[in-house]
Design a protein around this ligand. Structure first.
Ligand code: 13P
Length: 284
């Protein structure tokens, strides 16, 4: 089927208390690993594309790969801009064929974040495109952007609720103690903040930094009101570790298909595991 927006999927997830996985797409092998996992698990999902990944692949290749994956399948697939940094980049993605965009205005003062997010929502909704907003800063490293734990400020529930009421985003990312990249210890997730905000707004909460979060915490977060979970680092690790293993065993290999193929298969298993953990399997 054609690419879809997140709107219906998120409503379904909120109603039945499961989470839709956002798996970041970084190249053809990521695209295929995620799509094959979704087919096997019958799980709707979101392809997340950061601005860095878009620069690496080229926006036209991104849209073409996502469309090729979605169109020969009956699984609902979303193509979503991850952490869009401006109104302009969100518009560029919508024009190119994205069905969902995130505007991350968390580094702006609250009123400015609301103002730009509202503008993105106004245009995106008129085009049938869903929008994710962000409040509070999520720690860790993504692309070349590093936010240390000290500066990662936890979202304030009353601000998050007001942000939702003013912007009417379809999904709301709030900083609750997770971070991009792998954790050194266990993340200190503020479940009470998720619960408080989720119980007062219609949209589900988005949990960024899903890699390395213990399974039990993921289940608790979903029960508290998380309806979308982002995963990238664990997939990158699965792919890279497999490539290293192939070279350790067969240093003479030169055909990229001989190491990228097994790497894609290893990543597919990680994605399948996440889909089951999030409860999105069998929901397509
Ligand atoms: P991880 O780095 O924990 O996989 O998080 C990815 C993410 O949140 C993308 O927005």
């Amino acid at each position: 089927m054609p690419l879809v927006s997140m709107t219906e999927l998120l409503k379904h997830a909120k109603r039945e208390k499961f989470a839709i996985g956002q798996f970041n797409m970084n190249n053809l092998e990521f695209t295929k690993a995620i799509m094959e996992a979704a087919e096997e698990e019958r799980a709707p999902f979101i392809f997340g594309v950061s601005e860095g990944a878009m620069k690496y692949m080229g926006i036209d290749y991104v849209v073409a790969m996502a469309k090729a994956a979605a169109e020969k399948s009956s699984i609902p697939v979303v193509l979503h801009l991850d952490h869009g940094s401006s109104f302009e980049v969100a518009m560029k993605c919508i024009r190119a064929g994205f069905t969902s965009v995130m505007f991350d205005g968390s580094h702006h003062p609250f009123e400015e974040n609301v103002r730009i997010t509202k503008e993105v929502v106004r245009v995106a909704h008129a085009m049938g495109v869903s929008v994710e907003g962000e409040l509070g800063t999520i720690g860790g490293v993504e692309d070349d952007l590093a936010v240390d734990e000290e500066n990662a400020n936890i979202a304030k529930p009353e601000e998050a609720i007001r942000f939702y009421e003013e912007t009417k985003v379809d999904a709301l990312a709030i900083a609750v103690g997770t971070a991009h990249g792998m954790y050194k210890g266990e993340p200190n997730i503020r479940f009470h903040i998720i619960e408080e905000v989720a119980s007062k707004i219609d949209a589900p909460i988005v949990l960024h930094g899903g890699s390395g979060v213990p399974d039990e915490s993921i289940r608790r977060a979903i029960q508290a009101g998380v309806g979308k979970i982002n995963v990238n680092t664990e997939n990158q690790i699965a792919m890279t570790e497999t490539i290293k293993k192939v070279f350790a065993e067969k240093p003479e290999v030169y055909d990229p298909r001989k190491y990228l193929g097994p790497a894609k298969d290893a990543m597919k298993e990680v994605v399948r595991g996440k889909m089951r953990l999030f409860g999105s399997n069998g929901k397509a």
